[in-house]
Ligand binder design. Structure first.
Ligand code: FMN
Length: 291
């Protein structure tokens, strides 16, 4: 049997197959469809200090080879997350990675203090890359100075916890920004979040989404994600988790071959919730010939 465990900081995941933040909500929503306890980890929907209603207007649009979303970090906020959502996921036997919004500095520091006070969380992923919010998010992930501040603040306030930095592909040199995160104390990076896109209503000639731009995910972005993982993993020492357009066992293998220590599955679970378990079986060698 192949070596399955991966280590990020001082945390070991039992296998490299992880649910990406967002599509699976807080995890429990998928308990009837995916054996959550079999996964390496579940990255929970990004939370902010206070609840957020998300963006107005249309939020999802299918494209021929992907999905545009403008959810806008709708979430229940830290209190409800740590009080109800996270305990439920732990009850289900899943390994959580808690995704944190990187918005205004004051709220961000308070959010980190909240995490620091919760000893059931040993790994967090900083969402330095959401394209669908005005404050923080992708604006942080495109600036080396801001990236350094957000990652090093988390490193300082959460000294013993494993720290993942999730990067945006909407930059020139993603590997350079991964190095900034490594130098600021990240234990690993996740690449990539969604690519900026948009669509126009042909009848009105106006943008479909209220914020005009939206994030593109799904098969369309896999070549971009693969290139990012390849470049980053040749530049940093810390593990890289590949995210973007994985829809098959073969796709997962390509990410591992490109240098990823593990993979995250997002959009595909909307129509193929069996995929994560098929990838686990394939990479363990326990079950052959499904794909
Ligand atoms: C509906 C939807 C919501 C998402 N929400 C989040 C989120 O809250 N935090 C985050 O870091 N990424 C979020 N993402 C991005 C995914 O985690 C993932 O990085 C991206 O979609 C690329 O992977 P995929 O092509 O497998 O979906 C979201 C993606 C989708 C489609």
């Amino acid at each position: 049997m192949a070596q399955l465990e991966i280590r990020i900081g001082n945390v070991t995941l039992k296998n490299p197959v992880i649910l990406a933040s967002g599509p699976a909500g807080y995890g429990a929503e998928y308990a009837d469809f995916i054996g959550l306890e079999k996964l390496g980890a579940v990255v929970t929907k990004t939370i902010s200090l206070n609840p957020k209603a998300g963006n107005s207007g249309r939020r999802l649009l299918e494209t021929p080879s992907g999905l545009l979303n403008s959810v806008g970090l709708e979430n229940v906020g830290a209190d409800l997350f740590f009080g109800e959502k996270l305990p439920r996921l732990l009850e289900l036997g899943a390994k959580p990675i808690v995704s944190l919004a990187c918005e205004g500095r004051e709220d961000y520091l308070k959010l980190l203090e909240t995490v620091s006070g919760n000893d059931t969380v040993d790994m967090v992923e900083l969402n330095l890359s959401c394209p669908n919010v005005d404050c923080g998010g992708m604006a942080v992930g495109t600036s080396p100075e801001l990236l350094n501040w957000y990652v090093s603040s988390a490193r300082q306030i959460l000294p013993g916890r494993a720290l993942l930095a999730k990067l945006t592909p909407n930059v020139g040199d993603i590997a350079g920004l991964a190095e900034v995160c490594q130098d600021a104390g990240a234990d690993g990076v996740t690449a990539i979040n969604t690519l900026l896109g948009m669509d126009i209503d042909p009848d009105t000639g106006k943008p479909i989404f209220d914020r005009v731009v939206a994030g593109l995910s799904g098969p369309a972005i896999m070549p971009v994600a693969l290139r990012a993982v390849y470049e980053i993993s040749s530049r940093v020492r810390i593990p890289v988790l590949g995210s973007g357009g994985i829809t098959s066992v073969t796709d997962a293998r390509k990410f591992l071959a490109a240098g990823a220590a593990g993979i995250q599955i997002g959009t595909a679970i909307f129509y193929d919730p069996g995929l994560p378990e098929r990838i686990i079986s394939a990479v363990t060698g326990a079950q052959q010939g499904k794909e």
